[in-house]
Write a protein that binds this ligand. Structure first.
Ligand code: ZN
Length: 438
């Protein structure tokens, strides 16, 4: 029985709209690499998928790192001498330097300015800044507001805490027919920012939802973790599980209008790399493929030399390459449901390739079998369509000598993987092809 394509019974556009809706719900939460913002986020995600939430205590050694103190924030503001709040965390959580230590004091304009961050190139936007591993306090404001600050005595107040607690992350595993896994990893440590990276989290949730409703061959592991320290922690605590990861993708920056970008795994020619490139090539979308570089998202940890996992990063416009990146302009207007839907569709197509990428043996290898009498020359469709279908049958027959997978055939033929897979199914049905096992 031929397996159905993952996208067959899925309404892609509806999923795009629902992803956007989930992002709108998650957007106002002040997240960081630890703390209640992450817990709240995972609680909302739990309404969609049955996540397991892990809490790793502060001070836990994870390879060369240590799980930091937990950060939480209630409120923060700066008041002028008239008692007017000129900067208010409740208006935008980007206003506070993420991981700021608590502070309550009066400061001069000079001292205040030493703790203020702006983006002069985009004077209306508020930047997103963090200070995870160096204790500091600060505020982020628009450059226009900054240049208009007057000499005055200011009251600064940050009601935050940095105490022993936990690093929180979410994990969801879907058991497939085999133990071998596909890993999908996203970071959930940014406050009110959309493309980087609520888009990755929303995409992961809806992929997980979709996969949990089919019976996949592979097992799937979804990680919702704080960037860097989260993947380091997961890898350290789960080293024994790592060998099951056969393919992986880091999901980030997936809701903007830019072209798709695939950053290859460190291995460079892993099956996941070839599958993504094959899908993008046949997708009709604009795309770019870049080689692995040791900076970016959590692929840096998965692809560190001691692990060297086949994990790439499939995104739209990469981090740092759009001006809205890490500013208040990376908001709900910057991402759109239709782009999220495109990303969702591409990811499902990649899974389809991985799920169906098998080798077959031609059962009639001495000269071509007579296809006409088996109905393989009368497949319906337009002229071009029919030609491609016939070609795909010939390619599958010729290359199915036990050494080529369907992905190899799709690449060599320059034909869409789905067409090759359909041809293989048609040939299996007519006993002209058999799966090559082992
Ligand atoms: Zn970021």
């Amino acid at each position: 029985m031929a397996k159905e394509n993952l996208k067959t019974s899925i309404n892609i556009d509806k999923n795009g709209r629902e992803m956007y809706h989930l992002m709108s719900e998650l957007f106002p939460i002040c997240r960081s690499i630890t703390g209640n913002g992450v817990r709240k986020t995972l609680d909302i995600i739990k309404k969609h998928i049955p996540l397991t939430v892990h809490e790793v205590p502060t001070g836990t050694r994870v390879f060369d790192w240590t799980v930091p103190k937990e950060w939480n924030i209630v409120t923060a503001f700066v008041k002028n001498s008239k008692g007017e709040k000129i900067i208010d965390f409740t208006e935008n959580n980007l206003h506070v330097l993420n991981y700021s230590v608590p502070v309550k004091k009066k400061v001069s304009l000079g001292e205040l300015k030493e703790h203020i961050f702006t983006v002069p190139e985009y004077p209306d936007w508020i930047p997103y800044r963090t200070s995870y591993y160096k204790e500091n306090w600060g505020f982020c404001i628009s450059h226009n507001q900054f240049i208009n600050l007057k000499e005055d005595e200011y009251e600064v107040f940050i009601d935050s805490s940095l105490e022993n607690g936990y690093l929180t992350y979410g994990e969801y595993c879907i058991e497939g027919e085999k133990k071998e896994e596909i890993l999908i990893s996203c970071h959930i440590c940014h406050p009110s920012l959309c493309n980087d990276n609520l888009s990755g989290a929303a995409l992961a949730v809806f992929l997980a939802k979709c996969l949990s409703q089919v019976a996949p061959e592979y097992s799937y592991r979804f990680l919702f973790i704080p960037g860097t320290i989260g993947s380091i922690t997961w890898l350290c605590l789960n080293e024994s599980k790592v060998s099951e990861i056969k393919h992986g993708l880091v999901a980030a920056c997936l809701g903007d209008s830019g072209k798709f970008t695939y950053k290859k795994s460190r291995q460079g020619n892993a099956e996941i790399d070839r599958a993504v490139i094959n899908v993008l090539k046949n997708s009709g979308h604009d795309y770019e493929v870049i080689n692995f570089i040791p900076f970016g998202y959590d692929e840096r940890q998965y692809c560190s030399p001691g692990f060297n996992l086949p994990v790439g990063c499939l995104m739209k416009t990469p981090h740092g390459q759009y001006s809205q990146y890490h500013t208040s302009a990376d908001n709900l207007d910057f991402v759109r449901p239709e782009y999220l839907a495109d990303s969702f569709s591409i990811y499902l197509s990649v899974f389809d390739v991985l799920e169906n990428n098998k080798k077959y043996i031609n059962q009639n290898p001495k000269c071509e079998p007579q296809l006409g009498k088996r109905g393989l020359y009368q497949m319906t469709g337009g002229q071009q369509d029919r030609k491609e279908k016939e070609l795909s049958v010939l390619w599958v027959l010729n290359l199915s000598d036990g050494s080529n997978t369907l992905l190899d055939i799709s690449d060599k033929a320059g034909l869409n993987f789905d067409l090759i897979k359909d041809a293989a199914d048609a040939l299996i049905e007519r006993d002209l092809l058999k799966e090559c096992r082992g």
